[in-house]
Design a protein around this ligand. Structure first.
Ligand code: SF4
Length: 496
């Protein structure tokens, strides 16, 4: 078996961590129509979306004289989809691609057959599809279709959509996709392609992101605007919750609304952590929102200290906001090794035991003798936070205060984000005081849910009757019932 078909031996996260102490977005998607060598643009787009999935990636392209071509590989985009010999096998003006981590509930690394995009051949032609998110009734749908004779080749939700499309009686592929997507529940943003069309869809609540861009005579769809920037595309707009766009080079963008209208519930954690800080969400700079989270946090959880330090890199904008609002000096008390992920592809046990020191080092000269506020984006299991606290105290800090730019993560996400089981989430089993004692820090405070809502632009905070965002991992209030997980024994929060 070639390397391309083997999962990486020790996959490291983009930030160099591999200890499951961060929530991880599971996928990024990108598609292009109307540009020569579309696959090259898709590869660049996926490279910009690499933070959303680093285990594997795939691209499908279409060229009239060659039909559909595809390549799926484990590893980083830059290590695979930059090779001329591979990219030459993906010709055409239409292409879609996908980067991924393994999906919710899967054990261990992915098999290459689970790597998207997926392809289906229908009587009216072929279609390839890739999605970001999670279908919460996929198990039930899969059982139903297997009972009726479907043969599945992967464990991916996307394959469910292909099988549902195959069963539809509609006469064209976009209509079959509408039929299929009306049967699925959950959170999904989809990019798909036929021989002539690029298709994008967001679920009715718009939980996962998808944006439209324009470049020359071509169009593109992307999980985030940062991937439009890398190819020089102009940001046009977000695909609306519940909208399907069908795009051709000749006719441009056709908009459909196949679902019953619903109140949008975009993932609030995209603002906190998943999206890149140079992306725009809902017309707001992600960087600026994160800085504002730090401002709110400083208002809610002030403490007497000498220095505000970010836990790099994701805590940086909130730390800048915290320092600005509190008037306490900001400093790089922790420095990240940018090359961690590539240096130790297969670390020895001894090196792995060094844990967080492999990727983060303390700036001793700055820390010594100071009362330090550490600003991080989230606490999931708390393992990394404990190690960082030890490093800061070893460096001679007088006090360590944690300030967290999200509310306590007490519930798992079932909408396309890799979360530990509920019992492994620190906040699921401990109060804030207990977490503070467990981490061994002088104080620990999280931003409130209302504070987070204010920071993302909801001046009145969270509407408890009709929350404006999905915040289930903090509140336990799931906007779409996770049917498959309930069947597997997951206990929803009791009604208050
Ligand atoms: S549960 Fe949390 S991470 Fe998942 S979609 Fe909702 S807000 Fe985002």
């Amino acid at each position: 078996m070639s390397d391309a078909h083997m999962p990486p031996a020790h996959p490291f996260d983009y930030d160099g961590s591999s200890d499951g102490d961060k929530l991880r977005e599971e996928c990024g998607i990108f598609g292009v129509v109307g540009l020569s060598d579309a696959a090259n643009f898709v590869a660049l787009g996926l490279h910009a979306l690499q933070h959303r999935g680093q285990e594997a990636g795939g691209i499908v392209s279409y060229q009239p004289d060659q039909g559909f071509n595809s390549a799926r590989r484990f590893g980083y985009v830059r290590d695979n989809f930059t090779k001329q010999s591979l990219m030459e096998t993906l010709p055409g003006q239409l292409a879609i691609g996908h980067v991924r981590y393994s999906t919710a509930g899967s054990k261990g690394p992915t098999a290459i057959r689970d790597v998207q995009p997926f392809f289906g051949e229908f009587s009216m032609g072929g279609a390839a599809i890739a999605h970001n998110g999670n279908i919460t009734n996929a198990d039930a749908l899969r059982r139903e279709m297997i009972d009726r004779g479907s043969i599945f080749q992967s464990s991916s939700d996307s394959e469910c959509i292909i099988h549902l499309m195959a069963r539809s009686l509609q006469r064209d592929i976009p209509a079959r996709m509408e039929d299929a997507l009306r049967r699925v529940e959950g959170a999904f943003s989809v990019v798909a392609m036929t021989r002539t069309k690029l298709i994008g869809v967001r679920d009715p609540l718009g939980v996962r992101p998808l944006v439209l861009g324009r470049i020359g005579d071509g169009w593109c769809l992307s999980s985030e605007t940062c991937a439009l920037d890398i190819i020089g595309a102009e940001y046009v707009r977000e695909i609306e919750p519940g909208e399907m766009v069908v795009i051709t080079a000749e006719k441009g963008v056709e908009s459909h609304h196949p679902f019953r209208p619903a109140r949008p519930r975009f993932c609030i954690f995209e603002h906190v952590y998943f999206s890149r800080p140079d992306s725009i969400i809902g017309g707001r700079s992600v960087y600026e929102t994160r800085r504002q989270i730090g401002v709110e946090l400083a208002r809610e959880a002030a403490v007497d200290a000498d220095l505000v330090c970010p836990v790099p890199d994701s805590g940086t904008p909130a730390a800048i906001g915290f320092a600005h609002e509190s008037g306490i000096p900001y400093g790089m008390g922790i420095v990240r090794n940018q090359y961690m992920g590539r240096t130790f592809i297969e670390p020895t046990e001894q090196i792995r035991n060094m844990g967080v020191r492999l990727k983060l080092n303390v700036n001793r000269a700055l820390i010594r003798g100071k009362k330090v506020i550490l600003v991080d984006d989230s606490v999931v299991r708390g393992t990394t936070s404990r190690k960082i606290k030890e490093m800061i105290l070893d460096a001679g800090a007088k006090e360590v205060h944690f300030r967290i730019a999200s509310p306590p993560t007490a519930w798992p996400c079932f909408y396309g984000v890799d979360t530990p089981q509920r019992e492994k989430l620190l906040a699921a089993t401990m109060s804030e005081d207990e977490m503070c004692a467990h981490l061994g820090v002088d104080s620990l405070r999280f931003i409130s849910l209302d504070g987070l809502y204010r920071a993302v632009g909801e001046a009145g905070g969270r509407d408890p009757d009709q929350p404006q965002y999905c915040d289930a991992c903090f509140s336990g209030e799931y906007p779409v019932e996770p049917a498959d997980m309930i069947e597997k024994g997951f206990q929803m929060k009791a009604a208050e």
